[in-house]
Design a protein around this ligand. Structure first.
Ligand code: URA
Length: 444
């Protein structure tokens, strides 16, 4: 029987009392937890101690390294520079869909290993699985081949990547220890680094529909993510982006694919286009392709061509009609006014209730379910004008979604403000832009 170099209780006590964990303690505790030598109850106590006492940048980077070492690390074989993107999750966040083929069409290779949605935030794989025939599971050889041939792969992460994180994340979920910046940052970065990303752009969402509700929290996370990247030789940039209101019009699965195709064909909502281009510029800069203009490539149709090849390479038919819902219901404005707010969290939960999301990892999702937000902050609406379209295969779900959408939308009465009246106070303003701040090793 091998003798363990530490006792879990001593490691827990060290952090409980506010001291730093040593490198050897961190390496051991993560490895021993993966092996089952450290039990869930001990890891839960340590996670709570980290939650309460924190970990400094060096401890967090080491913790990340230990989680990477708990499993396999992919080595991508690709002649183009590879660059990856990760979003901390939001409502209507379909950006990976137009972004990956766009950046590939600009000359980089994008290996995007993604997840399924849980709760009010959607999952990229759930959205893509609404395309007839498309499959998420690829072998390492298939990933390499597609990266070389097409330049973009969006597929499921394998269970061999950072297994310690898989186990620890499930434990944090049931022990109220998810919301600790060192644990979130190490969880995200361990998976991304294990996936072989040499360069990484992070979309750190801030607002009601995001993990991080305030800018200060999002900044703290962005700073820690960028520092972990630096410690592991992964050039990392983070954008703080607005998630107070949903991105674009569509929230769901097939409805978000349709909106992404609109963007790839030169249209689509302005905020989705803005964020896609901003992230593309950051990714191209990291890949040494900063002189390529993604806006021009998007307009040329090359990104759409790459999308069609990317979908077809994974068995999907990019021309096939997307599934449509059995029931579509429209909610109309009861009064005229200006949309002063549209709460991302409320819309995300409504789409989830309609069947677009899941409550447990094993639940199925409805491909066609979702919400289309027909009025966004800053829009003027007249009484009777459609505000939302609710799509679902389970019409009885509308009763749960409707009050959530009613509460999410704030309509301001502006009858006392005549259009063009320069002295009138601005009733409401559309958000000024999606990108709020930028963090990077070369912070500008
Ligand atoms: N996403 C992750 O992958 N891990 C976290 O801890 C939080 C969000």
């Amino acid at each position: 029987m091998s003798v363990e170099p530490f006792a879990a209780v001593d490691v827990i006590r060290t952090k409980r009392d506010g001291a730093r964990l040593t490198d050897a303690q961190i390496d051991w505790v993560i490895d021993a937890y993966t092996r089952g030598v450290v039990g869930d109850e001990q890891m839960a106590a340590l996670a709570m101690a980290v939650f309460l006492r924190g970990m400094d940048a060096e401890e967090t980077a080491r913790w990340t390294g230990a989680m990477i070492d708990s499993g396999e690390r992919l080595t991508l074989r690709c002649s183009r520079p590879t660059v990856d993107k990760h979003s901390t999750g939001g409502v209507g966040d379909k950006i990976t869909l137009p972004l990956a083929p766009l950046v590939a069409a600009c000359g980089a290779a994008v290996p995007q290993l993604s997840g399924r949605g849980l709760g009010h935030t959607g999952g990229t794989l759930d959205k893509l699985e609404s395309i007839p025939g498309w499959r998420a599971e690829l072998s390492a050889d298939e990933i390499d081949r597609q990266l070389e041939d097409v330049g973009a792969v969006v597929c499921a992460a394998t269970p061999t990547l950072a297994p310690a994180d898989r186990k620890l994340y499930a434990l944090r979920d049931v022990t109220a220890t998810v919301e600790a910046v060192p644990l979130i940052a190490s969880s995200i970065m361990s998976k991304k680094i294990a996936e072989g990303a040499g360069r990484l752009v992070l979309d750190v969402k801030v607002g009601s529909g995001a993990f991080m509700k305030t800018r200060d929290q999002a900044r703290e996370l962005a700073e820690r993510l960028v520092a972990i990247g630096a410690a592991h030789d992964v050039a990392t940039t983070a954008l703080l982006t607005d998630m107070s209101t949903p991105l674009g019009v569509a929230v769901g699965n097939a409805v978000e694919v349709a909106e992404s195709v609109e963007v790839l064909q030169g249209g689509g909502p302005a905020d989705v286009v803005e964020l896609t281009l901003a992230l593309a510029r950051e990714m191209l800069a990291l890949a040494g392709l900063g002189d390529v203009d993604p806006e021009r490539v998007l307009a040329s149709g090359q990104a759409y061509e790459t999308w069609c090849r990317m979908i077809a390479a994974q068995g999907g038919d990019p021309e096939a009609p997307l599934p449509t819902a059995q029931h579509v219901q429209v909610i109309e404005a009861r009064e005229s006014g200006v949309v002063a707010g549209l709460d991302a969290y409320g819309v995300g939960v409504a789409a989830w209730r309609l069947g677009a999301g899941r409550a447990r990892k094993s639940d199925p999702v409805q491909a066609a379910a979702g919400v289309r937000c027909l009025a966004k902050p800053g829009d003027r609406v007249e009484r009777g004008q459609p505000l939302f379209e609710l799509h679902t295969d389970t019409p009885e779900a509308v009763a749960a979604a409707e009050p959530l959408l009613d509460a999410a939308l704030v309509l301001k009465d502006v009858t006392d403000i005549s259009p063009g009246d320069a002295d009138a106070p601005a009733a409401v303003e559309a958000r000024e832009g999606v990108v709020l701040e930028r963090w990077g090793h070369d912070r500008r």
